[in-house]
Write a protein of this length. Structure first.
Length: 472
């Protein structure tokens, strides 16, 4: 049910959005604004008036426009709202209620007798988009999210200066911005291109609004700005709309994991590597286990960000999706999601999406952390036992004399987990809950020798204290 505008027999191509007078009389009087009926004036507000009548008919029936003309706006809105509540048999949610009220309010503003009071189509679109942007689902309370003016974002990023760029991606450019209180934020300004539409913007924003976890990048705010510009079309100035979209996130001083892995020399010791692996797993565990599970679908080192304390956080949810349950889905889209090298074979071959998509990506990332950027391709040509032995030996050489038996166990466990994650058969890959549990068990084993040593020290102190007491 995708509506499309047709019937362009009476349409006119105008150079600007100014007012024109005509001697021609058009048909379909119900949809004609009063300024055209009485003075033959044509402006963009002609179409806005017609749009208002159409929305009224959709929401309140064919005869609704003549009726609303004789009723105060407040008295008209309430019966329409109650009609939709009854029609939906009490299932109308707070968000749907807001949609109904907003649409009827827009319609009434569109059919204002004075065309100056009618909104522009850009203002209408912005208002409708904001309904979707601030949607709050039943999985939890919507965390405070601020809407920033586009001019404000220009100001804090030095007019989106090249010097403020801290990252680039397929969907946009990321700028560093400094708020008036000194707080640093990352401003992800999406490319104004056709293949990045409002749905993609709202999808990422909606997911970021739903999540709150120490290992997921925190949403600070957003910007959705529509501006009118004049462009040249066949030698004539024509008014066109430009939409600017931006998502504002906490600024991650440590950059991305990709930056760390490609640095020469790499400064990540084993403790940092192990902590990053655990952080990634904790963040993914949260996503897969919320009420409506979230599949990231684009996990890679560039989308794992590090704060000043080297805490790893998952970012870039542009391709992520919400699902009703932890099931397998087959997408009909021919556009491949994700990044080559991190996509599992069942998606490449059959477009299957399940939680095991992210698990495969996680496995590739862990291998890259432990065995270098080309580690995954090397392990594909090496028997598992031989590859594990090779990685463990490399870390033993790298850590030299400081490699304890416990660190050796951490290295071996992590590489074994990674190899299970990249199994071709997705049913043989572990769940994220199993991975987190296995990593936690290493921590428990690590604490046992410390506890045993502490107990021995306590016993020794008790013995010495009692001995001194007896001798005195």
């Amino acid at each position: 049910m995708m509506p499309k505008i047709g019937g362009f027999g009476f349409s006119g191509f105008l150079d600007t959005t100014e007012t024109f007078n005509t001697s021609e009389v058009m048909r379909t009087s119900l949809y004609m604004p009063p300024e055209y009926i009485s003075k033959r004036q044509i402006t963009p507000k002609f179409d806005v008036f017609s749009l208002g009548v159409i929305i009224l008919q959709i929401m309140a029936g064919k005869e609704s426009y003549p009726k609303c003309a004789d009723i105060p706006p407040e008295e008209f809105i309430e019966p329409v709202y109650e009609f939709w509540v009854d029609r939906m048999q009490g299932t109308i949610s707070k968000h749907t209620s807001h949609e109904v009220r907003t649409c009827i309010e827009i319609a009434l503003s569109c059919v204002e007798f004075n065309r100056v009071k009618r909104p522009t189509i850009n203002e209408i679109i912005q208002r409708l988009n904001k309904i979707d942007i601030v949607e709050c689902s039943s999985i939890g309370e919507l965390y405070k999210t601020e809407e920033f003016a586009f001019d404000f974002l220009k100001h804090i990023t030095n007019d989106f200066s090249e010097k403020n760029i801290v990252g680039r991606g397929g969907y946009g450019v990321i700028y560093k911005g400094v708020m008036e209180n000194g707080e640093e934020i990352a401003v992800k300004k999406l490319h104004p291109v056709v293949w990045i539409d409002d749905e993609q913007f709202k999808n990422e924003l909606n997911i970021l609004m739903r999540v709150k976890h120490k290992n997921i990048v925190r949403l600070v705010g957003y910007c959705y700005h529509t501006a009118q510009i004049v462009v040249d079309y066949k030698g004539k100035p024509v008014s066109a709309s430009v939409v600017e979209r931006a998502i504002c996130l906490e600024y991650m001083q440590g950059g991305s994991l990709a930056d760390q892995l490609s640095a020469e020399p790499c400064t990540l010791d084993w403790d940092k590597c192990y902590k990053i692996i655990k952080d990634i797993c904790e963040g993914l565990h949260y996503l897969h286990n919320v009420d409506a599970p979230i599949y990231h679908l684009d996990l890679k080192p560039a989308n794992i960000l590090l704060d000043k304390d080297m805490v790893a956080k998952l970012g870039d949810f542009g391709l992520s999706r919400l699902f009703d349950a932890m099931q397998t889905y087959i997408t009909e889209s021919r556009d491949m999601k994700g990044t080559g090298g991190y996509m599992p074979p069942e998606y490449i071959n059959r477009q299957q999406i399940s939680p095991k998509f992210d698990i495969f990506s996680l496995g590739v990332i862990i291998i890259q952390i432990m065995a270098g950027k080309d580690g995954y391709f090397n392990c594909a040509d090496t028997p598992p036992k031989e590859f594990i032995k090779h990685v463990c030996e490399n870390w033993r050489m790298r850590l030299q004399a400081t490699m304890s038996s416990h660190l050796s166990e951490e290295v071996r466990t992590c590489i074994e987990i990674a190899l299970k994650c990249v199994e071709d058969d997705r049913t043989r890959r572990p769940t994220i809950a199993q991975i987190v549990n296995e990593l936690s068990n290493i921590g428990i084993a690590k604490s046992k020798p410390i506890c045993q040593w502490a107990n021995k020290l306590t016993a020794l102190k008790t013995f010495l204290t009692s001995s001194i007491g007896c001798s005195s």
